[in-house]
Design a protein around this ligand. Structure first.
Ligand SMILES: [Zn+2]
Length: 345
């Protein structure tokens, strides 16, 4: 879809729907834009904001937003005063009612630079119920020219009353092929990696889960090296699960796992995805979509020496360990217990 929201890849149905509504002046005043981190929510919100503020928005033929007028430029730079962004304070876990109140008061002040005012709430799933209720009153009857865009990673944390007053937009998830062609076209690091390290490239593609922003983050050289090392550890862990492997092998891998709790949890989740692939490869012939291995054949080959019963048992132990560590168990003790339980199977 050329010409509408060109800064956002794909999401064609959304682009047509919202672009047409903006051109005809019928855009709803509140949106709930939903999708995981890196799925383009913020990009879409700024495209909508620029399109609403664009000095050339009534031109039926030009691109929307035009990206050339003064307003477009400043909205994308983040210096336009009628586009306001609320996000979770760095030192807090939620967005509280106080910050929403300030935001709301601003909505009732007369428009500053243009005839529209756009309020973007990032991480809206972290708004406390109180904060959501405070927003609700203004969403029921927004002052004229006010648009509220809630960006959320999990719509189930948003009150039904809010949902009923906002138009829902789900960000598109791309197929691996579509994502691959986008990356090869736009991300130089992805091109280099596909040539120098095809397996690493494939792994990052899987980890991107169909979202461009996520892929762009992962293809950052530092992050991609970290993932490569993590993948090696996961593979060693799996090799050590073989009944014939010595206990020392399993114990050695465990000492390689990250010591920082949050990172350790991510590594355990990655092991969990590898186990899930192997379990699926044994139980379904038609299994195609892998979460860790590059393809179902690789999962099947790796799972060859492990029985389904053993894989399921290990998977259960892993879940228990993940749960204990996320509830603040001592990491070293939890991992030692993980190794001991696997040994006892
Ligand atoms: Zn413009």
């Amino acid at each position: 879809m050329n010409g509408i929201f060109d800064g956002l890849f794909g999401n064609d149905a959304t682009k047509v729907r919202l672009g047409t509504a903006i051109r005809t002046g019928t855009l709803p005043h509140a949106f709930l834009i939903d999708g995981p981190r890196g799925s383009g929510k913020s990009t879409l919100a700024f495209e909508i904001a620029a399109a609403l503020g664009c000095e050339n928005r009534e031109s039926a033929t030009g691109p929307l937003p035009c990206r050339r007028c003064n307003t477009c430029r400043r909205i994308f730079e983040g210096t336009f005063t009628d586009v306001k962004v609320l996000d979770k304070p760095k030192d807090k876990a939620t967005i509280g009612v106080e910050s929403v109140k300030e935001f709301k008061e601003d909505m009732f002040l007369s428009a500053g630079e243009s005839d529209v005012k756009i309020y973007i709430v990032k991480n809206a799933h972290l708004l406390t119920p109180q904060a959501q209720n405070a927003l609700l009153t203004v969403m029921e009857e927004p002052p004229s020219g006010v648009f509220i865009l809630l960006l959320s990673e999990s719509a189930d944390k948003i009150l039904t009353t809010i949902k009923s007053r906002a138009q829902y937009v789900a960000m598109e998830r791309f197929s691996r092929q579509a994502l691959e062609s986008y990356l090869l076209d736009k991300v130089p690091e992805a091109r280099t990696r596909r040539t120098s390290d095809p397996e690493g490239f494939g792994a990052l593609l899987i980890r991107s889960e169909g979202y461009i922003g996520r892929a762009t983050e992962l293809f950052d050289p530092k992050e991609s090296e970290r993932i490569k090392a993590e993948r090696e550890t996961v593979k060693k862990f799996i090799a050590a699960l073989d009944v014939r492997a010595p206990y020392s092998a399993l114990y050695a891998v465990i000492t390689e796992l990250p010591t920082v709790r949050a990172e350790l949890l991510l590594s355990l989740e990655e092991i969990g995805r590898a186990l899930a692939d192997m379990i699926k490869s044994k139980s379904t012939d038609g299994f195609v979509t892998t979460e860790f291995f590059l393809d179902a054949d690789e999962a099947r080959r790796t799972a060859k020496s492990l029985s389904q019963k053993r894989l399921l048992a290990i998977s259960g132990i892993l879940l228990e360990t993940h749960d204990a560590i996320s509830k603040n168990a001592m990491t070293a003790a939890a991992l030692a217990s993980l190794a001991a339980k696997i040994k006892l199977i």
